[in-house]
Design a protein around this ligand. Sequence first.
Ligand SMILES: Cc1cc2nc3c(=O)[nH]c(=O)nc-3n(C[C@H](O)[C@H](O)[C@H](O)COP(=O)(O)OP(=O)(O)OC[C@H]3O[C@@H](n4cnc5c(N)ncnc54)[C@H](O)[C@@H]3O)c2cc1C
Length: 386
Amino acid sequence: MSSYDVIVVGAGIQGSSTAYTLAKRGQKTLLIEQFDRLHTRGSSHGASRITRMAYNRPYYVAMMKDAFPMWESIERESGKKLFTPTGLLTEFHKPKGGGMHQVEASLRDQGIPMELLCADRLRKRYPQMRFDDDMQGVVEQFAGVLRADLARETIQDLFIRHGGIIKTNESVIDIEPGSMIRVRTQKGDYFTQKLVLTVGPWASRVLKPLGLDLPLQVTRIRVLYWKTDGSADYSVDSFPNITSYDVNADHCYYGLPVLEYPGLFKLCCHSGTKIESPDERDMIADERDLEFMKNLVRTRFKGLSPVPVIIENCMYTKTPDEDYILDSHPIHNNIIIGAGFSGHGFKMGPVVGSILADLATNRTPKYNMKPFRINRFFPHTIKSSL
Ligand SMILES: Cc1cc2nc3c(=O)[nH]c(=O)nc-3n(C[C@H](O)[C@H](O)[C@H](O)COP(=O)(O)OP(=O)(O)OC[C@H]3O[C@@H](n4cnc5c(N)ncnc54)[C@H](O)[C@@H]3O)c2cc1C
């Protein structure tokens, strides 16, 4: 019989970070992943992720203040370079986009250096783009890019170095709650005092048999790379990460300077196509996000070919308020859930890992946990419905 202090299910960035933190704290930890260690079928694969402080909700800014030094600590411990500074431009249409004052206020409250630019100054600073007269931007200098695949691999390597065990190509098919939880895969049974479920887009499938029907929506997101023709400079020294923020827009987007593929600029739509099952991810024919992006490239970005040369698929798992779920199961409180990262979880991996590790070892996380609680979805009914 194999028994552990903690079993973590799902080796995406959140499960890997949680398992690493637990092993580092001396917990006998098993990480179970249904695919290979660095598979591309979930939400954490790919070469890059934006890392930023610029959030309109102050509790994320407070968490990001710790995430940056935690990533540095992982870099020091592993000897791997994971972060490239680029800065970040968040652009808004005024007044219809709204929200700018919230981003500005939450950065200012936390003492994060930033600049506010009007359309004229945006045009001078970023000649690669066209800006409408009613646009304005917040520039955050310390933002950058994380090398996502390398980060996930590095954190898993550190987990193993701290004595952790990874089982790959094993799918958890049944969980029997109790003071000693039984976790069944197609290869056998494992037993654990605490169980952490970080199963990304598979969360509904894993949680429903445990009596928890969370309002999670899985969305297929396409990662698009556009060829630069050399007439505009999108290199990391000349162009920042960019995000659009417009509470009224159907589509928002984000871009990263040329980093992973020579001569290719990454520019993606933040909204994609809702799907019923993560297994359908690569079978969806919906082209609306692509049409929006082609039009955006034609009208706003200079020197890019109007058709993407690489298209990769990924998934967001969104909650209705786009805040994460970081909480214990309402009935089986030795089962901890990290889910619903809503397309903005990667940068926060080490902080999420420390929070879930805290919850799994009866420590109180140092952060404001209220936005992340499960009972925000069904405050009056959850106890009786389970
Ligand atoms: C295109 C795209 C761009 C993004 N850009 C950014 C960005 O710039 N900045 C940022 O901060 N975030 C970004 N995100 C979001 C971020 O990548 C995700 O929030 C994060 O990767 C979610 O990680 P996860 O560990 O929860 O999920 P996943 O990576 O999906 O991991 C879940 C794991 O659980 C495994 N699993 C599921 N069920 C089982 C089972 N029954 N048994 C065993 N294993 C199981 C899966 O195989 C998977 O490996 C982006 C996401 C996408 C898709």
